[in-house]
Design a protein around this ligand. Structure first.
Ligand SMILES: C[S@@+](CC[C@H](N)C(=O)[O-])C[C@H]1O[C@@H](n2cnc3c(N)ncnc32)[C@H](O)[C@@H]1O
Length: 293
């Protein structure tokens, strides 16, 4: 079985129907979508979004597609966003892993992160075209590389870099695998990704992303996902879909990065939390960053 989100999500038979009453965006989100699509009329914008949502839901019946979460800009709300933009001005590569339709990457470009230094990646290849359709963008210049983050041919685990890679930087626009980026990425963003996997897989993914990070001080891995007061399985029914998440606590997440993935004292881990309402269910989210000292 491909290692996408299926292991933790019960099979959905039949598909839960889409429900446009779940379309609830705040003013900031609507303004971003207007700027990106050029569609000013709110009704026309909603019609356009729902058309793309229907196609995306056929590709992957994810709760994040059904609940319109694929439209949200997560990275720009992180405590470390200004730092991310500064790394962009300094020439860092940004990797958005599990990028879905690419809202976060497009927001970063809007805010000044050089598009040619951004790599987006997702297991669903069709999300690249659907992202262009949604945002009415051309195929250039944000790179999208399809692949499974648990496939070693695409992303293998390596020790965190302790020096700048000796060989020349590959041309980003011709990349086919994340393995060409070991030790080279200045900013890695993983939003609502880790909690799709069990504890063992989360550690595997953390180690794999740790190996991609540049050794340069200030390089950072960051993201958002569900958190629990104590680590363990959390079971919820979200918008009619039964989901089991393995959630770390704030403390276990911090010690996973500072001491397991990276040597103790080599990174600064920062966390904040927020609560969101997803289909009437309160979810506690952890917003986190792991920054090389
Ligand atoms: C819940 S969505 C989050 C999307 C987006 N980052 C956000 O915050 O809205 C998780 C994304 O991870 C992708 N994904 C799931 N398993 C994956 C895997 N094994 N390799 C790469 N991407 C994966 C899904 O296709 C989906 O786009």
């Amino acid at each position: 079985m491909p290692r996408d989100i299926r292991p933790l999500v019960k099979p959905i038979i039949p598909l839960f129907p889409l429900d446009d009453s779940l379309y609830r965006l705040d003013a900031e989100e609507i303004a971003f979508l207007r700027r990106q699509t050029g569609i000013q009329d709110e009704v026309a914008l909603k019609t356009h979004i729902i058309e793309v949502q229907e196609e995306a839901y056929k590709v992957a019946p994810y709760a994040c597609i059904r609940g319109f979460d694929f439209l949200r800009q997560n990275m720009s709300k992180l405590h470390i966003y200004d730092h991310i933009l500064k790394r962009g001005s300094a020439g860092a590569i940004l990797l958005d892993v599990g990028s879905c339709l690419g809202a976060d990457a497009r927001k970063a470009v809007e805010d000044g992160f050089p598009a040619h230094n951004i790599v987006t990646s997702d297991i669903k290849e069709a999300f690249s075209e659907l992202g262009h359709k949604l945002f009415k963008s051309s195929s250039e210049p944000i790179l999208f590389i399809p692949g499974d983050i648990f496939d070693p041919a695409f992303l293998s685990i390596s020790r965190p870099a302790s020096s700048v890679p000796g060989c020349a930087m590959p041309d980003i626009q011709t990349l086919r695998s994340l393995n060409d980026l070991h030790g080279r990425v200045g900013v890695i963003h993983a939003s609502k990704l880790f909690h799709l996997f069990d504890e063992e897989k989360q550690l595997e993914l953390a180690r794999a992303l740790g190996g991609l990070l540049s050794c340069e001080s200030g390089s950072t891995i960051c993201g958002t996902h569900a958190v629990a007061l104590e680590k363990g399985i959390v079971r919820r029914t979200v918008l009619g879909i039964e989901i089991s998440y393995f959630c770390h606590s704030k403390e276990t997440w911090t010690s996973l990065w500072d001491g397991v993935v990276f040597e103790n004292g080599h990174v600064n881990v920062e966390t904040t939390t927020s609560t969101v309402d997803v289909g009437g269910i309160a979810f506690c989210l952890l917003h986190w960053s792991v920054t090389r000292l």
